[in-house]
Write a protein that binds this ligand. Structure first.
Ligand SMILES: Cc1cc2nc3c(=O)[nH]c(=O)nc-3n(C[C@H](O)[C@H](O)[C@H](O)COP(=O)(O)OP(=O)(O)OC[C@H]3O[C@@H](n4cnc5c(N)ncnc54)[C@H](O)[C@@H]3O)c2cc1C
Length: 457
């Protein structure tokens, strides 16, 4: 019998583990190298004060039958439906999200609502010629007044720059049908459906969620890889790919050279390209530009343990109010009961988006916890309850930011990687893609299909 091929997967986040899971079932010897001490990447779950919490809200959604089948295969019955109940916090009010017409009119006021509709109508009568920036896209689709009321402040907190400095691609693939008209029609339709369903049962967008937190799926995938004879190396950062000509032969970690027949990498794109030997001049030039154009935003998560339950019913709140720096608050009490068990306290996660150059990134943990406590009290959301403890998690470079012209740098870097045999390049960082878990599962499955075809598995 011939020896099975050795396949390395770089990164134990959703993209890497999906690929490893699929490949481990083919008879190949799969080894995952993960730089960190745990699996799950940005979708991992932490144990905190006897409760389980994610890195901010992690809602899973997909229409893809292959991904839905994989979800059921990995989790069995260990998932529940969570009521999607996000809210928008502005000027002391919580608006329901997705928007409900009567809710908006009641909280924003009849006059302001009418002004929003008029400004949208005026904008439609005289649309701008070209929509290149994110700001222009939002103004074109929602009108200047709704943009200023509902999009500008929150998104500027998130991206840290005026939205005219960002590419219109940020509107995302589902954006072509979006507009104030469709938003209002959807809101009216939802209200009509809810009215038909009666006061007892409200029609909502529930979503599936693992009973042990989002990271449970990835813990299960890693267990399955091991059960099929594979290995998940934690604290094993891949420092370089080893290539001969255009063929990938293995990789290097702190332990030294490791030979592989195929490598699937979910490591960030620009550092991966930079590790390759004999880079042509134009690729080196794109890499130099990538430092400015393929930029990221980082995230400081401050978890607070509040000695109360029933603070607010939302799964998370987007904090549009400019008077506080916090951008989003997740309430883990409102996900599945298995996360908190019998604990009598609520864990909230307050997100502060920033770049590494901003002083906030380097603030000591104690000051970040004090800031989060002050801001939570200022919003009134803790209802005066005591905050017992705080915990800080820093996520460096976790949100790709699409600056104008970023595709001109991204495309040639991706193409350079595609020129190598026996290499798959996937994932949020690997593709520089502002995407969610399901998109990374799809990339992982497709990379596994490709590796199987090349290796004849
Ligand atoms: C605050 C926040 C909220 C989010 N909310 C949602 C949501 O509601 N729904 C949703 O679907 N998605 C959400 N996402 C996005 C989701 O977390 C990501 O899309 C997903 O985790 C990306 O998977 P990935 O495997 O591509 O990357 P990652 O999760 O980043 O995993 C990559 C892994 O590779 C490892 N790695 C990198 N370089 C190397 C190297 N050289 N050697 C070895 N290992 C390496 C990293 O340590 C990491 O563990 C959210 C993300 C954040 C930050």
């Amino acid at each position: 019998m011939s020896t099975p091929p050795r396949i390395a997967v770089v990164g134990a986040g959703p993209a890497g583990l999906t690929a490893a899971y699929a490949l481990s079932q083919t008879g190949a010897r799969v080894e995952v190298h993960e730089a960190g001490p745990t699996v799950g990447g940005l979708s991992r779950t932490l144990e905190l004060w006897n409760q389980r919490v994610d890195l901010g809200p992690h809602r899973f959604h997909t229409q893809d039958a292959r991904i839905q089948a994989l979800w059921r295969e990995v989790l069995g019955n260990d998932w529940g439906l969570v009521r999607a109940h996000p809210g928008v916090f502005r000027d002391g009010h919580i608006l329901h999200y997705p928007l409900r017409v009567t809710d908006v009119v009641r909280k924003v006021g009849v006059l302001e609502s009418a002004r929003c509709v008029l400004s949208f109508a005026r904008q439609q009568a005289r649309p701008r010629e070209e929509v290149r920036t994110f700001e222009a896209w939002l103004v074109r689709h929602f009108g200047p007044r709704v943009y200023a009321q509902f999009f500008r402040d929150y998104n500027e907190k998130f991206f840290g720059v005026p939205l005219r400095e960002l590419d219109a691609d940020l509107a995302g693939p589902a954006s072509k049908d979006a507009s104030l008209v469709t938003t209002v029609l959807n809101a009216l339709r939802a209200q009509w459906d809810n009215a038909k369903a009666g006061a007892v049962k409200e029609v909502t967008q529930d979503f599936p969620y693992p009973v042990g937190g989002t990271g449970m799926v990835y813990e299960r995938m890693a267990e399955a890889v091991r059960a099929h004879g594979g290995v998940v190396h934690l604290n094993s950062r891949v420092e370089a790919l080893e290539v001969q000509g255009r063929k990938v032969m293995g990789l290097r970690t702190a332990r030294g050279h490791e030979p592989y027949d195929y490598v699937v990498s979910s490591a960030p794109l620009a550092p991966l390209v930079a590790q390759l030997p004999e880079l042509p001049g134009e690729v080196r030039e794109h890499l130099r530009r990538a430092k400015d154009v393929l930029s990221f935003r980082s995230n400081v998560l401050v978890y607070l343990e509040v000695q109360a339950t029933g603070l607010f019913p939302h799964s998370w709140l987007e904090m549009h109010t400019p008077s506080v720096r916090v951008g989003r608050i997740t309430n883990f009490r409102n996900w599945v009961p298995q996360l908190h068990g019998a604990e009598p306290a609520t864990v909230l996660c307050l997100e502060y988006w920033c770049s590494h150059e901003e002083p906030l990134w380097a603030l000591p943990d104690a000051e970040l916890v004090a800031l989060a406590k002050r801001e939570l009290a200022a919003t009134g959301l803790s209802r005066g309850a005591r905050v017992e403890r705080g915990h800080v998690v820093r996520l460096p470079r976790c949100f790709p930011v699409y600056r104008p012209g970023y595709q001109e740098v991204l495309r040639p870097l991706r193409e350079h990687l595609r020129g190598f045999e026996r290499l798959g390049n996937i994932g949020r960082g690997g593709q520089f893609s502002y995407n969610s878990q399901d998109a990374n599962w799809r990339m992982g499955l497709e990379a596994a299909d490709e590796a199987r075809a090349v290796l004849g598995l």
